[in-house]
Structure formats: structure tokens, C-alpha cells
Write a protein that binds this ligand. Structure first.
Ligand code: CTP
Length: 471
């Protein structure tokens, strides 16, 4: 295969010329070649040469207006940004690994040595930048075939590739999820055998891969593979615990792992928001620790939304996920996830809808996406009924929102106004008054307007023994 047409940026030919002038050969390699073939967007170009990569980078930069070259002597790499791409240069390497580190001992090698040390055959493809065969794909491990078949395979014995650098196990699963590829059997088995080695990888790197799985169009693919290979139990035990069905007195509950994955895929179809997807993962996370069997009634998971929301900070902290507003958002959605449908259990009252909108605030749309995604059942009649209920709640939210605007609730009567009109300083009564006004609005006793709220304030203030200031 020749990809001359696809590497039409003039810098590719310049790299070839400079390499020739140095008496070495240069190749585009790795993820860049893979993504070019898969027609995915590329921003990083990796170049390898069988000589000094740093000198090659400096010479090429000098040819295109001298962009600043950053050099990493320890790794023998150099890169510069040019024309919207990040160009990264390295000398071809041979690597040997020790048991307890993913950082190899590196020595100079040939192109083939360099291709061999890479994680997957699809990532070991190289494109020649030499004038004599410019654009030719060098594919010693049949990477093109793996791409055509949608397969993830390792160039060497998979036990070596995964054990050398256990992060590759997460990468394998992540690529399968991102590209909708399959892991070949040998990889599946080798990952299962080597899963325990994931412990030498830092949490930050593992989390990067988990987030990439979650951001893929069908994240369930990655999570099922993590489950199957034993990685999930090691990196996310709470999620692993969701799996399983228990039957007592002939009564079964659903498998909460597969249910969670269905919810996650459903959310992924409707939103790219990583944190909303995390909320889907966490929504039933406390089902195992809250599970009870009640004779004659069956399985219950009382309070799982509350316990689940309290589990979120611990899990986020351990996973090195942000502990800021994103965590709070996930917590809030987990806590509220049952509310929209629960509303329909009795007749839907406006005040219940108003309270929900008040509590969800800006996140009401996200909550409704999660709630919609959570309607999964094999029983079609049940699904139909829930969906009809869901639509009703959506409608009522819109109506209540339009008339009462409680989403970003601002008290229509402020503390300052109360102090001024009643001639009092800061005191407990002001808080009580404001609380009662808010409750009255949420209950629908009074509209969310200043005039009505002020009249109501006068009424309760009188009961509290407050008198208007005489002017
Ligand atoms: N690589 C590897 N083992 C790793 C990480 C990377 O062998 N643990 C090799 C692969 O050949 C990979 C290349 O280094 O293609 C570049 O790595 P990187 O930029 O991290 O990943 P990409 O494959 O480009 O993909 P992505 O950017 O999606 O992570």
C-alpha cells in the first residue's frame, strides 16, 4: 500500500530530505498512521528515524521558519508545533523492561526493533518518507489486515507486550471501545492472565483510559471487556460488584451491571457530556450495599440513591477525578435520579414538580436525560408505561417552569427589604420569613412574584409579632 496522496503536507518530504542528508532513514509511525488509514482526525505526527531524532527535528524546524523545538534529552525525543500539527521526532529504539516498572531500558535500534516494541499491530505501521519509496507502508506485523478486520493484536507474544507495559491492557480495551474493534483471543487471554499487573500503573493513567472508554460511542463495549478480563474488579470494584442476579423464593432482581451499561449507552446516544455519562455509571452504584430481601415483597434497594451519592466523592477521589463542580453534578444526579419517575407514582402535583425543578436547578435537562435512559426492562408493557409517565413529567416541568421560574430560584423578597421595611437588623426571623416564602412558592400557595410574596410576608410577619416601621 502507498499512502503518498494522504501525506501531502510539504514537511513530510522535507523530513525525508533532511534524513537523507544525515545519512539515515525517517518514517511516520504509530497512531498517526493508524488514524490516517481509519480516516480519523490527526493532530500529532510521530516520526521515527534510525539515527538521532533530536538533530533531525532541529534540521527540519530550521527548514520551515524555525518554530521552537522542545527537546527531551532523557527520552531522545524532540517536538515542535507547525501548521496546526504537533511534530514529534524520536530515534528508533529497542527496549527491555524490568518486572516492576513500565519504564524500559532503551537503546538505539532499527525501524523493525522500534515497530516490535509497540503495543498493537495497528500501531506498529510505518510510512516511508524516503524519496525512493515515499508513502510506502511498512507493515511487518500485518497491521493493515488487523485494521481491515477490526482486530486488536499485539506484534509480539501478547504476554510479553502486556506484561512489559500493563497500561496496554487498558489501551487495548479502550481502542476496542473507541474503534468498535474486537480483541483477538490471544489478547483476551493474555490480559486476563496479566490483569493483576495493572497495579504498577498510576491511577491517573488508568483514569485517562477509563474516561476514553466512557467517551466512546458505545462505552459498554469497553466495560464488558474490562469485566471479562478481570480488569474491572481491580480498577473499579464498586462497579464490578453490580454484576450478578440473586433469586430467592423464585424472585430475581435485575443484573445491575448490565442494566447500568444499558443506561450508559442510552445516555451516550443522547449526550457527549463525560460527567453525565459518569452519573449513569454511578446511578445504581449503591444497589449492592443496600440490597435486602423482604418476604412476600421481593428485592428492595431502599436508599440506594442517597448512599450512592455519598459514595461518589470517595470513588472520584480514588480515581483522581476532579473533586469540583463536576463531582457535585454527578452526586446531585445520583441523588435525584429516581425522582422524576417517582413523581408519577401518585398523581403528579405541580408542587412536587416545582420542588424537583428547584432542587435540580440548571441540571434538570441532564437529570431528565438520565431518567429517560434509566427506563430499561425486558417487559415491554412496563417500558411503555414508564415512558408515558416520563413524557407527562417532562410536559409538567415545562409548564411549571414557564409560570414559576424556580430553576434558579431568587427570593422575590430579599433580606434587605425585610430589614428596611420592618426596621430590624439581621436576626433569625429574617431567615424564617424567607424560608416560609420559598416554601409557599414551591407549594404553589403563592406565585413567584414580588407583590404576592410581599403580601404573604406581611401576613406571616404579623403572626410573628413584627410591625412595619413607621415612616
Ligand atoms: N505506544 C505503545 N505503548 C503504549 C503507548 C504508546 O506501544 N503504552 C506506541 C504506539 O505505537 C502508539 C504510539 O506509541 O501508537 C503513540 O502513543 P500515543 O500517542 O499515546 O497513542 P496513540 O496510539 O497515538 O493514540 P491516542 O492518541 O488515542 O492515545
Amino acid at each position: 500500500m502507498n499512502l503518498k496522496q494522504h501525506i501531502d503536507h510539504p514537511l513530510f518530504a522535507i523530513i525525508g530530505e533532511e534524513a537523507a542528508a544525515m545519512g539515515v532513514q525517517a518514517f511516520a509511525i504509530g497512531g498517526f498512521v493508524r488514524d490516517l488509514i481509519l480516516d480519523r482526525p490527526v493532530v500529532d505526527v510521530d516520526v521515527v528515524c534510525d539515527g538521532d531524532g533530536i538533530t533531525l527535528a532541529q534540521r527540519c524546524a530550521a527548514r520551515v521558519g524555525s518554530p521552537k523545538v522542545s527537546i527531551f534529552k532523557t527520552f531522545g525525543t524532540a517536538h515542535f508545533a507547525y501548521d496546526g500539527f504537533d511534530w514529534e521526532f524520536v530515534g528508533a529504539r529497542k527496549e527491555s523492561y524490568s518486572k516492576d516498572s513500565r519504564n524500559p531500558v532503551v537503546s538505539a535500534g532499527t525501524l523493525e526493533d522500534d515497530q516490535k516494541r509497540r503495543d498493537f499491530t495497528m500501531n506498529a505501521l510505518a510510512i516511508s518518507l524516503q524519496a525512493s519509496n515515499f508513502g510506502e507502508v511498512i507493515d511487518p506485523f500485518n497491521g493493515l489486515n488487523a485494521i481491515a478486520k477490526g482486530e486488536i493484536k499485539t506484534p509480539l507474544d501478547p504476554d510479553i507486550t502486556y506484561s512489559d507495559d500493563p497500561l496496554r491492557m487498558m489501551r487495548a480495551v479502550r481502542f476496542a471501545s473507541q474503534l468498535n474493534f474486537v480483541l483477538d483471543n490471544e489478547s483476551l487471554e493474555a490480559i486476563s492472565r496479566n490483569a493483576h499487573r495493572i497495579k504498577i500503573i498510576t491511577q491517573e493513567r488508568i483514569t485517562v483510559e477509563i474516561n476514553k472508554i466512557i467517551e466512546s460511542s458505545r462505552p459498554s463495549v469497553g466495560f464488558k471487556l474490562m469485566f471479562k478480563t478481570g480488569l474491572l474488579e481491580l480498577v473499579f470494584p464498586e462497579m464490578h460488584r453490580l454484576q450478578g442476579v440473586e433469586i430467592r423464593d423464585g424472585l430475581a432482581h435485575k443484573d445491575n451491571f448490565y442494566h447500568t451499561l444499558e443506561v450508559l449507552d442510552n445516555v451516550a446516544e443522547n449526550s457527549d457530556d463525560l460527567w453525565l455519562r459518569w452519573a449513569a455509571i454511578m446511578h445504581d452504584i449503591a444497589k449492592p450495599p443496600t440490597k435486602r430481601f423482604q418476604k412476600g415483597l421481593g428485592w428492595t434497594f431502599h436508599g440506594h440513591e442517597d448512599k450512592g451519592s455519598r459514595m461518589v466523592p470517595r470513588i472520584f477521589k480514588r480515581m483522581r477525578l476532579p473533586m469540583d463542580t463536576k463531582m457535585k453534578f454527578v452526586q446531585k444526579l445520583v441523588l435525584l435520579h429516581l425522582r422524576p419517575i417517582a413523581l408519577t407514582k401518585e398523581t403528579i402535583t405541580d408542587s412536587a414538580v416545582r420542588r424537583l425543578v428547584f432542587e435540580a436547578g440548571e441540571d434538570i435537562e441532564a437529570l431528565m436525560i438520565l431518567c429517560r435512559a434509566d427506563i430499561t426492562s425486558k417487559n415491554e408493557r412496563k417500558v411503555k408505561r414508564y415512558l408515558a409517565n416520563y413524557e407527562k413529567v417532562l410536559e409538567r416541568i415545562e409548564i411549571v417552569e414557564e409560570s414559576d421560574r424556580v430553576r434558579n430560584f431568587q427570593p422575590p423578597v430579599t433580606g434587605e427589604e425585610i430589614m428596611e421595611k420592618f426596621g430590624i437588623g439581621p436576626c433569625r426571623e429574617i431567615g424564617t420569613l424567607k424560608q416560609q416564602i420559598k416554601e409557599a412558592i414551591l407549594d404553589g400557595k403563592i406565585p413567584n412574584e414580588h407583590q404576592a410574596a410581599w403580601e404573604y410576608t406581611l401576613e406571616i410577619a404579623k403572626e410573628m409579632g413584627l410591625r412595619l416601621r413607621e415612616i
